[in-house]
Write a new protein. Structure first.
Length: 351
């Protein structure tokens, strides 16, 4: 039995991977402990998997107690915990879990000196390299973990996989076709550069009035973004579209994905967009440079990102589409589910 442990059951960078893993490893049994209760707004990623799902609590103490009880009855099974932090990792160590994989999917570990002191102490108590394997979803996220948490630890690189059967280019782009729609896809959360995104959208629309913009996703900044757009009188050309189950069609219908995140451990959406044949422009941050190491044309060099540089890039959209086609061929191999499952199978065997 493999027990998956993570925070939420709604679609996200970690969660969208899990149904595919369960399906690909159908010879194994799975169960899941989701730390936060299902909120009912979006279907659970487990809705079609048929596996047992146990929920924790919105309060950390109660969630820890529930996880501890869950784990004590499954001490001899494999636990795979995804970016849940040191407190829940410590709970599993105290519960006596002997075989554990911790997957790093983040780069922010604290926000002030007090948090740094407390959380580093908990990390030190939680880590047991004899019984735990660590994976990272990029070289960068693994390095940040070593720099901040455990300098001597070994992190096995396990890139997020992207479903290339779903995210694929269906029809060739029309040669020379101008961009009309620019999109953002992802959580509406701090660190995603969304206020700057809206400001750039306003500048781009002023320069090219036929441009319009769509933001896809849910999150805590939704109300603030709606107000910012409304106050700017931009509701006619900047729209918040919420969650879409068929996000692949959103990519295909767009001319460009503009992704201005300030930090990321990976960035599923930029790879998905490229696989659908839609060019992207991204901030010059380490994870984006890692993904686009062979295709720097997609990286914005101005800091903060500027409308002027984006306009220059848009003037060469035909070239960006050609590069996106080349990148798509590389990404289908590099970020394939087959590679991910092969590596994950080896890790499960090793633990």
């Amino acid at each position: 039995m493999i027990n998956l442990v993570h925070f939420y059951d709604r679609p996200g960078g970690i969660e969208i991977l899990l149904p595919g893993i369960i399906k690909a490893l159908n010879e194994r049994e799975f169960s899941a402990f989701v730390i936060r209760p299902h909120d009912g707004t979006i279907p659970s990623v487990y809705s079609d998997t048929g596996i047992e799902v146990i929920y924790g609590s919105r309060k950390n103490l109660k969630a820890c107690l529930k996880l501890g009880r869950y784990a004590r009855h499954r001490k001899d099974e494999i636990f795979h915990i995804f970016n849940a932090g040191p407190l829940f990792l410590l709970v599993l160590r105290i519960a006596g879990i002997k075989r554990l994989i911790y997957s790093i999917h983040g780069t922010i570990y604290w926000h002030n000196r007090i948090e740094k002191f407390v959380l580093r102490l908990i990390w030190r108590m939680a880590i047991d390299q004899r019984r735990q394997i660590f994976t990272s979803n990029s070289k960068y996220s693994g390095q940040v973990f070593r720099d901040n948490i455990a300098p001597g630890i070994s992190c096995e690189l396990l890139y997020n996989y992207i479903d290339s059967g779903r995210f694929m280019r269906e029809v060739p782009s029309a040669p020379g076709k101008e961009v009309r729609k620019i999109i953002y896809v992802g959580r509406l959360a701090p660190g995603k550069g969304l206020y700057r995104w809206v400001e750039i959208a306003l500048s781009l629309h002023q320069a090219v009035p036929q441009l319009f913009f769509e933001i896809y996703g849910e999150g805590q900044l939704k109300a603030d973004l709606m107000k910012k757009i409304s106050d700017a009188g931009a509701a006619g050309f900047i729209q918040l579209k919420g969650h879409r189950n068929d996000i692949e069609n959103v990519y295909r219908e767009a001319g460009l994905l503009l992704f201005l995140s300030e930090y990321e451990s990976f960035g599923n959406v930029v790879v998905e967009s490229i696989l659908c044949g839609t060019p992207v422009l991204v901030t010059d941050i380490p994870s984006m440079k890692e993904i686009f190491s062979e295709f720097p044309e997609f990286i914005l060099k101005s800091s903060p990102p500027s409308a002027e540089e984006i306009l220059r890039k848009l003037s060469g959209i035909t070239y960006l589409r050609e590069v996106a086609e080349k990148a798509g061929k590389v990404f289908r191999e590099r970020f394939s589910i087959d590679k991910h499952i092969e590596k994950l199978t080896d890790i499960y065997a090793k633990i």
